[in-house]
Design a protein around this ligand. Structure first.
Ligand code: ADP
Ligand code: MG
Length: 394
């Protein structure tokens, strides 16, 4: 049984060959192109889908997407572009694109025609999955901590565990690219890592990224750090931005575990995030660096109400108390995690304490932390799982 054709309105920039775009949309019977323009004008025909086509992604393409969304917010906008995915994916989604297709560069009419069924598939999916008012992207929580050993990985993996237990789909990205131990904390062997994804070549889409995620029995997914520190240098900020954008379309929450420093990767992750969670302990160095970290976030213009504070080993008797913390940080912790030998054991077993002993004081602390990110009900069930179909060049 054939579905009725989907009507498509095309607006394109001048740096793409219109014949290539027409060939892309030539799938037999599937699509009905009702208008084809270089830019927006008055009296545009109505259509089920708007395709914005450009040679390489530019401000102009972003404006066309925004204009299309402003005009008819419920009509999906698909971006078709030729440039390699070098950081514009999140711009396109922020502008309001529902999906994205990257063409090989160069692309001629024959190649475009050969890709027309893929385009039809992408367009059909975007129409079927268009649900007015549905949340489009998952949250992205970046855990930062000024000091090694303060408990960032412990909190990242347990936050993921508690969220997974409450039915959210969660992925942890290990951004401690040189010495990451998310895999260890979850008992996952690094069969595939972010380095393998980066060097895999060929076309990349959400399904492919999924194939490079390690899967924990609790349902947590993890994009693990490279096996060797020397592989870390190849992972670029642009590549990471695209990965976050993709993971946010397929998961309710993306959790990013970080190294102790504010590296360019960490700053870019904070920049792309919806929430930051700072983890610190009760010692003067940790708290001093925490203060510096918070000041850095302030300088970046990060909204204060999106920053949470976990005090780890909160029960330590080390001559610093909560009043001191408050004086240094400016406010008290949102969640306090006690020191507990059971935590050390759970890390050694690769089973987060939030799952192993959810009723323990530590287990409850992590469920409390998770609740901070689930209080605003997300349209999790209705979430659109977008598929990014694009070919990577180089
Ligand atoms: N509250 C705690 N109770 C017991 N052990 C802890 C606690 N917090 C952290 N640890 C242990 O300290 C070590 C460092 O923690 P980790 O989360 O890896 O720190 P970071 O990622 O900030 O470097 C780990 O072995 C962890 O099990
Ligand atoms: Mg760590």
């Amino acid at each position: 049984m054939n579905a009725p054709p989907i009507s498509v309105l095309v607006v394109h920039t001048v740096d793409i060959d219109p014949a290539v775009v027409r060939a892309l949309l030539s799938a037999d019977d599937g699509l009905n192109v009702v208008g084809f323009f270089d830019g927006f004008g008055n009296h545009m025909p109505t259509a089920d889908v708007l395709v914005v086509a450009c040679g390489s992604y530019s401000e102009e393409a972003g404006s066309l997407i925004r204009e299309g969304v402003d005009e008819l917010p419920d009509r999906p906008v698909i971006l078709v572009t030729q440039g390699a995915p070098n950081g514009y994916v999140d711009h396109a989604f922020t502008a309001g694109a529902a999906d994205l297709m990257v063409l090989p560069d160069p692309c001629d009419v024959h190649l475009a025609r050969a890709m027309s069924h893929q385009v039809l598939f992408t367009i059909r999916k975007s129409v079927q999955k268009r649900e007015p008012g549905a949340a489009v992207e998952g949250k992205m929580v970046v855990l930062v901590g000024p000091k090694g050993g303060s408990g960032k990985t412990l909190c990242s993996t347990n936050l993921a565990a508690a969220l997974a237990a409450s039915g959210q789909s969660v992925v942890v990205v290990d951004l401690d690219l040189q010495f990451g131990d998310v895999g260890l904390a979850l008992g996952l062997t690094p069969e595939k890592t972010i380095y393998d994804l980066l060097t895999s070549g060929g076309s990349m889409d959400a399904e492919k990224v999924d194939a490079f995620l390690a899967k924990h029995e609790s349902g947590i997914h993890a994009l693990l750090a490279p096996r060797r520190p020397d592989q870390a240098g190849l992972v670029t900020v642009e590549f990471l931005r695209d990965i976050y954008a993709m993971l946010r379309t397929t998961h309710d929450v993306v959790i990013v575990d970080t190294p102790p420093q504010f590296t360019p990767e960490v700053i870019a992750a904070v920049d792309a995030s919806t929430d930051v969670c700072v983890v610190a302990m009760l010692d003067a160095l940790s708290l001093k660096n925490l203060r510096l970290g918070l000041e850095t976030l302030e300088l970046m213009g990060y909204p204060e109400d999106r920053i949470r504070f976990v005090l780890n080993r909160a029960d330590s008797q080390v001559g610093i108390d909560l009043a001191d913390v408050q004086a240094i940080v400016g406010h008290g912790p949102d969640v306090r995690v006690p020191s507990d030998r059971a935590i050390t054991r759970s890390v050694n077993e690769g089973m987060p304490i939030a799952l192993k002993s959810p009723g323990s004081e530590a287990g409850r602390a992590f469920h409390q932390l998770a609740a901070l990110y689930t209080q605003v009900p997300q349209a999790a069930a209705a979430k659109r799982r977008r598929r990014l179909s694009f070919s990577r060049t180089g």
